[in-house]
Design a protein around this ligand. Structure first.
Ligand code: NAD
Ligand code: LMR
Length: 376
């Protein structure tokens, strides 16, 4: 069974681990990565750092992951694949990984908030953090956290690495490479804006609608879609903006309700995560030196200093809220610059109505996650 073998990876292989790969998001994302990631390999560059991609798929549900990997392994693309479960060990999955994507954890059911998932998912995140600390190179690896509540689980991982693994994490700047994935909010903002038919010059032939930046966190009022930054802003009236903001903030609930107990967004999330992973693949293959995007990150390092240029200014504008989703530049070393200017470009409504609602809630979730992550 070739798919069950973890091949001896060549140094030129970019290895990506997906933890929770047998779940709704994990399966769809794995399919997209297996089928769509081959294109960078076709371009012709001998100078590229890496020229092969390997997907290492892990899930605690052994039967499910075995089946998913057997199935995916028949797809005729040059992306190689291996399956991992507690029986074979997570160690092999994580060893030599450059990128770890985490959709492991419980999804919501109707009537639940994302925060209701904290108790169970924070334990999962802690155990995965331990595995990452013990098996990955903390001075190089990137981690993308999809599991909810993102607002608290990113602080869980960052604080656990700082407090439980000071020797392993010290000097690695690992916090510059641990990112919460909030891209689905951006995807929704662009989609819903397009639906109200404002962006008249977008034709059906256009694959991608222009992004509307969404900053803050990933839950209710912590989600701050900045329609003032969209090119359609001038043609939107107050009622339309209120409708759009609310729809983006509670878009997740729409899907949870429609699935009626069968989970939350998986397909749109896999699409959003694929867009993010694709950029990181470009960076890690060596196709580009820098990427730009919006992720949810720690703005401070373990000593409390700002992680990158722009972080200090941002912290001043957001009442020292220590984790935030914000446009940034990222190199192979992690976050290199924070685009704090976007705060100055917000309109009065965003600055005076939305931000004051976002910050206390977000800070509360960060405190919960940081406290949990700092415990033994
Ligand atoms: P799912 O239940 O379909 O899949 C979760 C998978 O995680 C399962 O296969 C399960 O076996 C696995 N798992 C559980 N514990 C694990 C562990 N310790 N190690 C490895 N795997 C483990 O759920 P889903 O719909 O794929 O959602 C996953 C998470 O993503 C949820 O927490 C959900 O709220 C979140 N989510 C986030 C966003 C976002 O925008 N960031 C969007 C949608 C969903
Ligand atoms: C979403 O925004 O769809 C996800 O965070 C899942 C959820 O629970 O809403």
């Amino acid at each position: 069974m070739p798919h069950s073998v973890n091949p001896a990876l060549q140094p030129n292989t970019l290895k990506i681990a997906i933890l929770g790969a047998a779940g709704g998001i994990g399966q769809s994302l794995s399919l997209l990565l297996k089928t769509q990631l081959h294109f960078p390999l076709k371009t012709n560059s001998t100078q590229r750092d890496k020229n092969h991609i390997h997907l290492a798929l892990f899930d605690v549900n052994e039967d499910a992951i075995n089946g998913v990997v057997a199935d995916l392994s028949h797809i005729d693309t040059p992306v190689s694949i291996s399956n991992h479960s507690p029986k074979t060990g997570i160690e092999d999955c994580l060893k030599n990984c450059s990128l770890v994507v985490i959709p492991a954890g419980m999804p919501r059911k109707p009537g639940m908030t994302r925060e209701d998932l904290f108790t169970i998912n924070a334990k999962i995140m802690s155990s995965l953090t331990d595995s990452i600390a013990q098996n990955c190179d903390l001075s190089k690896v990137f981690v993308l956290i999809i599991s909810n509540p993102v607002n608290s689980l990113v602080p869980v991982m960052v604080n656990r690495l700082w407090s439980k693994y000071p020797q392993l994490s010290k000097g690695t700047n690992i916090e510059k490479r641990i990112m919460g994935v909030t891209k689905l909010d951006i995807v929704r903002a662009s989609t819903f804006l397009h639906e109200v038919n404002i962006d008249a010059d977008i034709t059906p032939r256009t694959n991608d609608m222009p992004d509307v930046p969404v900053i803050g966190g990933h839950s209710g009022e912590t989600i701050m879609p900045l329609f003032s930054q969209s090119r359609s802003y001038k043609s939107l009236d107050r009622d339309q903006i209120n409708y759009l903001v609310h729809r983006v903030q509670y878009g997740g609930d729409e899907v949870v309700k429609a699935k009626n107990g069968l989970g939350s967004a998986t397909l749109s999330m896999a699409h959003a995560a694929f867009k993010v992973v694709n950029k990181f693949v470009s960076l890690l293959l060596g196709n580009v030196d820098q990427i730009h995007g919006i992720c949810y990150v720690s703005l401070k390092d373990a000593d409390g200093s700002p992680i990158a240029p722009g972080a200090e200014q941002l912290l001043k504008s957001i009442d020292d809220c220590s984790f935030f989703s914000i446009p940034m530049s990222i190199s192979k070393k992690g976050v290199t610059a924070i685009d704090f200017d976007i705060i100055d470009r917000m309109d009065n409504y965003e600055r005076n109505e939305m931000l004051p609602l976002c910050l206390p809630k977000l800070k509360n979730s960060i405190a919960t996650g940081s406290k949990f992550g700092s415990q033994d």
